[in-house]
Write a protein that binds this ligand. Structure first.
Ligand SMILES: Nc1ncnc2c1ncn2[C@@H]1O[C@H](COP(=O)(O)OP(=O)(O)O)[C@@H](O)[C@H]1O
Ligand SMILES: [Mg+2]
Length: 262
């Protein structure tokens, strides 16, 4: 196991209320696996990712990375978000090397690394473009190249393709799979799309809400590349979707006191 989430609880406290996000959550993440987290909005997917990243502290329990307790962000983990936080005044390539520069890597070497990942993300011909000249999909590719450049063993991706149109999303899913196969990274990927989770994952972790926790873990033993309309994928999607709908229904009932027809 590369990462062990050991009895982790998270409670947000403010003067007026206490939010128990999850209690005693346990999860083992295998080296090199592609793991998707899925669950109703507010169930704690981002919170769990942030705790693994070391950006947020667990109220109880601990996260172990190769046996060592995680308490801060570190070079072994990198986070990618739905909105690429890119610098508009910098060219694509300078956005990509930004983290390397901060880490003290010499300019020549940083550019060399950036070229490699720009090639991998099909951005080589746009390396001197500015961010406003790029589409949403290309911006996320820049963010991906920037993440890859840092060469962290673990990539934590919080709905990275969530804001993209479905065609762009599809292309980026294919590209990410190829990159994952080529680089052997461990990826923890949050998505609200069951389709995306089934297409990409080795395992899907379905989280429940109020308080959050793990409802079910699915092993997706389907050969890659996966076709969205193949019988096996459709069958797997429908079984995850059924469980997810149940969880979403519970949240809707608690929040709006209504039975939703999902
Ligand atoms: N910084 C915070 N302070 C207080 N409550 C928070 C904070 N961050 C998240 N929460 C609450 O924790 C719960 C889980 O949030 P989040 O992890 O963002 O869910 P998800 O990513 O699954 O949609 C929600 O109820 C949210 O309102
Ligand atoms: Mg979230």
């Amino acid at each position: 196991m590369v990462l062990v989430v050991n009895n982790v609880s998270k409670i947000f406290k403010s003067r007026s209320k206490e939010t128990v996000v999850f209690n005693s959550l346990n999860l083992n993440i295998r080296k090199g696996e592609f793991l998707c987290l899925i669950g109703p909005s507010g169930c704690g997917k981002s919170t769990l990712l942030n705790i693994i990243a070391g950006l947020e502290q667990a109220t109880e329990g601990e996260v172990l990375l190769e046996g060592k307790v995680v308490s801060d962000p570190g070079p072994d983990r990198i986070m990618m978000f739905q909105e690429a936080a890119l610098f508009p005044w910098l060219k694509v390539i300078d956005n990509v090397i930004f983290g390397l520069k901060i880490a003290g890597v010499k300019k020549g070497e940083a550019y060399k690394m950036a070229e490699r990942y720009l090639h991998m993300t099909h951005l080589s011909q746009f390396k001197n473009a500015y961010i406003h000249e790029l589409s949403g999909g290309m911006r996320q590719r820049v963010a991906l190249a920037r993440c890859l450049c840092m060469d962290a063993e673990i990539m934590l991706m919080d709905e990275p393709f969530g804001a993209l149109d479905s065609q762009t999303r599809f292309i980026l899913q294919l590209e990410l799979q190829k990159i994952w196969e080529a680089t052997k990274k461990t990826i923890i990927f949050v998505t609200h799309s069951v389709e995306e989770a089934v297409l990409l994952s080795d395992r899907i972790v379905l989280m429940s809400a109020n308080p959050g926790g793990i409802k079910k873990i699915y092993e997706i033993n389907l050969p890659r590349p996966r076709e969205v309309d193949s019988d096996a994928v459709v069958h797997q999607m429908s079984s995850v979707l059924k469980d997810l709908k149940e969880e979403v229904g519970k949240v809707a009932k608690a929040e709006f006191d209504t039975d939703w027809c999902l």
